[in-house]
Write a new protein. Structure first.
Length: 313
């Protein structure tokens, strides 16, 4: 039987170190404990929220009125060129376990601080790689029917930081099966070092943040008229080879780097990182998000969309 804690402070469970109390909280080390948690929330008629590593969330200062299920499932198995990892496994561990088995192709994910579950849900990516490129299938728990089943990657509606799991909140990721390939692990380890160096050169590594606050502005967004934009802002041409215009570029161009609200600052190093300088509140982050959206809208006519997930608002 799971042990349900009451009145647990959520800040230490997030990379932002921000957030008030959850009414109820469990740590699920197995999928059965996860299901017990969902059953508990149904019995109590309260909502639940799945928390992975807490690296892409902003939790309200008032906390969460319901049950937080912190996923700590930790199984990784390798079979041939396939690696299957539970949702609670950190992406960095998945990369290391793959390399230890002589498998390459997922090195780009080493610096993503989230779990397999959170990264499948958000189709996390960097350095040209995305989860959808290496994912074969996903084991899913449907909390509305109680069914467990496998979805092929093609059934998951993956897009830029998008998936079926964002649209259908009743679906929880139990595990992911990744298709990698045998390769030169020495070169792969060299790539890991290069990625780490590139990250620390451009990002506020080690500071308290939720990574990128906003999604980049995809050229394919229905509200983005690329011809008009390029005519008005020729500097956007430099991003034509990318899937979109980096949100950090827009924030920088709006002269917002370094802007502070209370104890939160737009990183002077990377305009899409809003850093908790110590003692920040969710309210301060929200105000800064509003300022960035307002300035970028006025300057470029573009709407910044949040990549982070709000909890308890
Ligand atoms: C310093 C830093 C660098 C980052 N760099 C990158 C980067 O390069 N690329 C990138 O894409 N992201 C990056 N991120 C953001 C973040 O790490 C990713 O979005 C990550 O995939 C989130 O995983 P998580 O386990 O922390 O999810 P959480 O933050 O815990 O949760 C995020 C969302 O996923 C849901 N979720 C979690 N687990 C499950 C599950 N098993 N089933 C269904 N839903 C679930 C939650 O309910 C929530 O809605 C960075 C963040 C930080 C702090």
């Amino acid at each position: 039987m799971i042990s349900v804690e009451k009145g647990v402070r959520l800040a230490p469970h997030t990379y932002y170190n921000i957030g008030g109390l959850a009414d109820y909280f469990i740590e699920a080390k197995t999928n059965e404990e996860l299901c017990d948690g969902v059953r508990f929330s149904k019995d109590q008629s309260i909502p639940f929220f799945i928390l992975g590593a807490g690296s892409n969330v902003l939790v309200a200062d008032g906390g969460y009125r319901g049950l937080i299920i912190r996923l700590k499932t930790a199984e990784v198995t390798v079979s041939g060129e396939h690696v299957t990892a539970s949702a609670g496994v950190p992406m960095a561990l998945l990369v290391q376990r793959a390399l230890a088995a002589g498998l390459v192709g997922i090195e780009w994910a080493v610096g993503i601080p989230g779990t397999v579950g959170g990264s499948i849900r958000g189709n996390a990516g960097c350095f040209g790689g995305e989860v959808k490129d290496v994912l074969e299938r996903v084991e899913v728990y449907d909390t509305s029917s109680g069914d467990r089943r496998w979805l092929n990657a093609g059934e998951c509606d993956f897009g830029y930081r998008e998936s079926i799991f964002k649209k259908r909140k009743e679906l929880i990721v139990f595990s992911g099966e990744f298709r990698l390939h045998s390769g030169d692990t020495d070169s792969a380890r060299t790539r890991l070092k290069e990625y780490a160096a590139r990250r620390s050169a451009s990002q506020a590594i080690g500071s308290k943040s939720a990574g990128c606050i906003f999604k980049n502005i995809s050229w394919r967004r229905p509200d983005v008229n690329s011809d008009q934009l390029l005519a008005r802002f020729p500097s956007f041409r430099q991003f034509l080879d990318l899937p979109g215009i980096p949100a950090s570029y827009c924030i920088d161009a709006a002269n917002l780097k370094g802007t502070r609200v209370g104890h939160v600052q737009i990183s002077p190093k990377h305009g899409n990182y809003f850093v908790n300088l110590g003692g920040a509140t969710a309210e301060e982050v929200i105000i800064l998000i509003g300022i960035a959206k307002d300035h970028v809208r006025r300057k470029f006519g573009l709407l910044l969309e949040e990549e982070i997930q709000y909890v308890g608002f």
